[in-house]
Write a protein that binds this ligand. Structure first.
Ligand code: HEM
Length: 125
């Protein structure tokens, strides 16, 4: 297996991840029903996000923290959902890639998920 090295690798990773997410019993409904995500718009954003985080391309512009805090006002976004998100993320990485960047992708996913959960809990009212 190879490491995550190119934009193509990122696209494969993100596409496979959201295929799994969409069909997932625990968090799929948040994307499909609560947010009714427009995948044509969302997927390219996520390619840019992970390209920025992992390949240093600086192509992502957005504010993920605010988006997820807003989402947490509409539906439960707690440790259960974030742990499950992370489990799917790690599984999909391990299915396709191995190496330094693949390991970093899992670490960054874990750190950002932890930070998001922390922000959501601090803004909860
Ligand atoms: C239970 C966990 C999560 C759920 C249910 C979730 C759900 C969503 C949804 C529905 C959107 C679309 C929001 C919109 O466009 O209105 C979104 C956007 C996004 N998510 Fe998540 N997310 C989760 C965790 C994460 C984590 C851990 C990361 C990063 C490691 C992440 C990164 C992003 C990014 C970068 C966007 C795009 C933000 C933007 O448009 O500026 N998400 N998420």
């Amino acid at each position: 297996m190879k490491d995550i090295e190119t934009r193509n690798d990122i696209e494969l990773l993100v596409n496979s991840f959201y295929d799994k997410v969409k069909a997932d019993k625990t968090i799929g409904y948040i994307f499909n029903d609560v947010a009714a995500v427009d995948w044509i718009l969302h997927l390219p954003k996520m390619y840019s996000f992970w390209e920025t985080v992992l390949l240093g391309k600086m192509s992502f512009k957005g504010n993920p923290m605010v988006k997820h805090i807003q989402l947490s006002k509409k539906t439960e976004m707690s440790k259960k959902q974030f742990d499950h998100w992370l489990k799917l993320w790690n599984t999909i990485i391990d299915e396709h890639f191995e190496g330094i960047t693949a390991t970093e992708a899992k670490q960054r996913g874990k750190n950002i998920a932890g930070l998001m959960l922390h922000k959501i809990e601090s803004y909860a009212n």
